[in-house]
Unconditional design. Structure first.
Length: 169
């Protein structure tokens, strides 16, 4: 694993445990057993770390959604694929997903704008799948916004339910 990847992994763990705002570059350096100044040989600062972690996960969701949308399956099957996508991402990116869920609002500038666009597009695509399922009588006729909110609220917290024994090392 490259030094930058080690830094990102350690930062994700620290951000998940303490929150982005509470972690300093000195904390990260201590956890990496290196001098804080040495971190800057690999990254420009906390904002770069935060943006990298969040956007990597957001792009995983976008790529997954693109794959689901290209499939010629029913809306129900697509919704099922999206649930599986969330589980897969929660297992593979447990700490980074926690950071995305709790610290995205600390992003600044272009990364913030990129994340918001990715999130809105993902939610719209999911909503469209739900609407097509209602039209095809695959889902009950319920308020789509409520369905989407409830599904995403549950799916975004899946990482909290993963037993520690199943977490990636």
């Amino acid at each position: 694993m490259s030094r930058k990847k080690q830094i990102l992994k350690t930062a994700a763990q620290l951000f998940k445990e303490r929150g982005y705002s509470a972690v300093t570059m000195r904390d990260l350096a201590a956890a990496m057993d290196m001098k804080a100044a040495s971190l800057y040989n690999h990254i420009s600062g906390k904002q770069e770390i935060l943006a990298t972690l969040i956007l990597e996960v957001a792009h995983e969701f976008t790529t997954g959604m693109d794959t689901v949308e290209m499939d010629d399956k029913s809306a129900f099957a697509k919704a099922e694929q999206l649930i599986l996508l969330h589980i897969k991402i929660a297992l593979e990116y447990t700490d980074a997903l926690a950071v995305l869920n709790t610290d995205w609002m600390h992003l600044e500038g272009v990364p913030y704008q990129e994340y918001i666009k990715l999130r809105k597009d993902y939610e719209l695509d999911f909503k469209n799948i739900l609407e097509s399922g209602i039209k095809a009588d695959e889902f009950k006729l319920l308020n789509v916004e409520t369905m989407l909110f409830n599904l995403l609220s549950t799916l975004r917290s899946i990482y909290l339910w993963i037993p520690k024994s199943r977490l990636p090392k």
